[in-house]
Design a protein around this ligand. Structure first.
Ligand SMILES: [Zn+2]
Length: 439
């Protein structure tokens, strides 16, 4: 019987394999990380499959049969790639995988090589204890999430859907982590938000047309002007506040648990509550509204030539069910000379909290922290849950971490000095193992 590395060592090892995803500028690739994952699993007696969507862009998939194979299956997915890091801005080397001061440090420590390490450590435990899950659990370690999943989750969904046969729910990144909030009476309550919905990710390209001509002549039909005035109107637009069911549920629970005197029936009342729920605010604010951000501008080629057209890209995020309404408003704001098309269109998804999957996640957290308060939330951004939803899976964000008794917290996601507390990783593993075995 070989000695398996523990979750901290695995997390550190994974960080030391640089899987930076530079987006359109390329990628380090996930192959070395995929080989590490597959090697660990083979050493424990599993038979994982490495699946390359393109050379070096690698995914690993393993199905662990459940004790009752008639039950619907569960997918647990984690991405192997990370966003790039600028080493000169860090105090530790981002791809060293240093373990020090109670933390594992490095790019991916919280997004999401921590969860990938917990998934692997769960599997190694099961092998060592000769145990396994109640239902089939498919483990997917995927490529390319930090771009758009086209070579990872989306590729698997399009090209290898049979890997997910019988799977009706998926659990992935974000959620399941303790969020301590101080109540007005001075007590601290620990909330555990679980993601049950995601805003839509609509990446839009817009095109303004007009009349080309000499830059010295009057031109009332200049497409650059049509474009920027439309974009200015969009940028100035204040999208209305709307409480979707998970957001309302979270706020109601927070108000009741903390004993706040609050009125959620007005925008001002909601804004006032945001100021009183501490770090829980981050789980509410991004999903209160639709949003639009102009991210790319592309117009003109010479100072004395008015071009015939001009382009821009807009990052549009929609609330569940609000896509059509939001697009109609965008069309009106853009004006008649500007047309739009989608670079990608992934509408919002929502699994809700009134189901056995959510109950099982909540129960696993509460077995480890009986005083915890479980709340649903809607993610402001997007994850691989969206492509997996195309196969009919209900998508959840549940990558549990426990509380560090000395008060350390995860930090630096997509920023500098990314790190995860060792104690949080160890207790998160206990929660994830418990959930995946018993669900
Ligand atoms: Zn991530």
């Amino acid at each position: 019987m070989t000695d398996h590395p523990d979750v901290v060592t695995i997390c550190s090892d994974l960080i030391a394999i640089d899987t930076s995803n530079y987006g359109k500028a390329g990628s380090k690739g996930e192959l070395a990380a995929a080989e590490y994952v597959a090697g660990l699993l083979r050493g424990a007696g599993y038979d994982p499959e490495i699946i390359e969507s393109e050379p070096t862009r690698a995914n690993v998939v393993l199905r662990v049969p459940g004790a009752d194979r008639s039950l619907p299956g569960l997918l647990v997915h984690g991405h192997l790639d990370v966003v790039p890091a600028e080493p000169e801005r860090w105090t530790v080397a981002p791809f060293e995988g240093r373990v020090a001061d109670g933390y594992v440090w490095g790019r991916g420590a919280t997004d999401m090589k921590d969860m990938v390490a917990m998934m692997l450590a769960t599997l190694l435990r099961w092998a060592a204890d000769a145990t396994g899950p109640r239902r089939d659990v498919v483990f997917a370690f995927v490529a390319d999430e930090e771009e758009d999943g086209a070579l990872g989750a989306e590729w698997l969904v399009r090209n290898r859907p049979e890997l997910f046969a019988g799977v009706t729910a998926a659990v992935g990144e974000s959620g399941g982590r303790p969020v301590p909030v101080r109540a007005p009476d001075g007590t601290v309550r620990r909330f555990y938000p679980i993601a049950v919905a995601e805003r839509g990710s609509l990446h839009m390209r817009v095109r303004a047309t007009g009349t080309e001509g000499h830059g010295s002549r009057p031109n009332p039909d200049n497409p650059v002007v049509h474009l920027v005035t439309g974009l200015a109107r969009i940028s100035a637009h204040r999208w209305p506040l709307a409480l979707t069911p998970p957001v309302r549920r979270l706020l109601d629970t927070a108000v009741r648990t903390l004993g706040l005197d609050a009125d959620l029936s007005s925008d001002e009342g909601v804004e006032a509550v945001l100021d009183r729920i501490g770090p829980l605010r981050e789980y509410v604010e991004p999903s209160l509204r639709c949003s639009t951000n102009v991210t790319v501008l592309d117009a003109g080629y010479k100072f004395n030539v008015v071009p015939g057209e001009a382009h821009a890209e807009i990052d549009v995020r929609s609330l569940p069910g609000a896509e059509d309404e939001q697009l109609a408003v965008i069309d009106e704001l853009l004006g008649p000379s500007v047309t739009r098309s989608f670079l990608s269109y992934r509408p919002a998804i929502g699994a809700g909290w009134d189901n056995a999957w959510y109950d099982a996640m909540a129960a696993s957290v509460l077995r480890h922290d009986p005083d915890g308060v479980i709340v649903p939330f809607c993610m402001g951004g997007g994850t691989d849950a969206k492509p997996f939803a195309e196969l009919g899976m209900a998508g959840f964000g549940f990558a549990p971490l426990g509380e560090d008794p000395d008060g350390r917290t995860p930090a630096g996601m997509h920023g500098v000095d990314e790190r995860v507390p060792i104690a949080s990783l160890r207790s998160g593993l206990d929660v994830l193992d418990d959930f995946l075995r018993t669900v």
